[in-house]
Design a binder for this molecule. Sequence first.
Ligand code: ADP
Length: 371
Amino acid sequence: MANTTESEIRAALAAIEAPNGGDIVSRGMVQGLVLREGHVGFSIEVDPAKGAQMEPLRKAAEAAIMKLPGILSVTAVLTAHKGAGQPARQAPPAATPAGRPGGGKALVPGVKHIIAIASGKGGVGKSTTATNLALAFTTLGLRVGLLDADIYGPSQPRLMGLSGRPESRDGKTLEPKVAFGVKVMSMGFIVEEDTPMIWRGPMVMSAITQLLREVNWGDLDILVCDLPPGTGDAQLTMAQSVPLAGAVIVSTPQDIALLDAKKGLNMFKKVDVPVLGIIENMSYFSCPNCGHRSEIFAHGGAKREADRAGVEFLGDIPLDIQIRETSDEGRPIVASDPTSPHALAYGEIAAKVWNKLEKTPQRAAPRIVLQ
Ligand code: ADP
């Protein structure tokens, strides 16, 4: 049996009625359709006021495509980025005093600082660091959110021990889930686990926009954004579409040597996002039995690289079995063993980052000097 083509997918979607008459294809609601090796992804643009009611439509669209020959998975996401009622969600500048105005990025009402946790490549512990830093910010008495923008491989649900679909009270915005005092939103709550994700530029934008703006974050001091690994187009798009106050780069000693993290530095420079500093993760091995510290890899590379690039070195976190185990069990070390040396190390880094954010001059408010 011949495999389904993109136009056959469109034809199948055209059989689904749009809420205001016509079908979802001819009404222009289907966007960013991607078909790759049997995996299909697309977004359905809906009226934000009717977001929650559109869930059956999204399911019907997925089911219609799943029936076609050779289709292995279908991921449809609802987006609502330019519908009526949207402008009201863009904050007046006064509501977000420490945002980054002037960059053409709409700020998020009530959220004081948004920071990105980034890495040159996968597997360096970026998500683990994002989780533990988010928790460390709560120990500073801050109101914290964690946005899992790693839409290709969301790991925050597992790391924070959360599952299930997010609720919506008003049919417009999603309620974040809460774990250890942190508000969390992740694509992992929205799409089935193990669904291969295929995203293209416009879809990445709308998915991130939705996770950022259509979630009831409430008032936050800091929103920690776990970016996808790497420094490709998707990361660039994200860095451009999210009003970031700064970025923290996570690197291992080896990947500093391979210069992967350097690309990360350059990417943020290109989009005018301040790099708050570098964290060296899996920096040295601390023996769980005797506490002996052995530096398997050339430890200290991140510090040298940071110095050379004129970026602050924020600290190092050892390779430690307890960090891995607590992550895998959904009870991150900062919450489960808050007085451990590792938890304190995350705490020190969080304090440095927070101080930097609070010291950053607020570009929104020009100082009036009386002479
Ligand atoms: P990334 O987000 O960069 O892909 P993860 O945070 O998912 O990386 O981490 C990859 C793996 O390494 C996970 O199994 C995690 O538990 C483990 N890990 C991360 N940091 C450490 C550390 N400092 N010590 C031990 N294991 C770690």
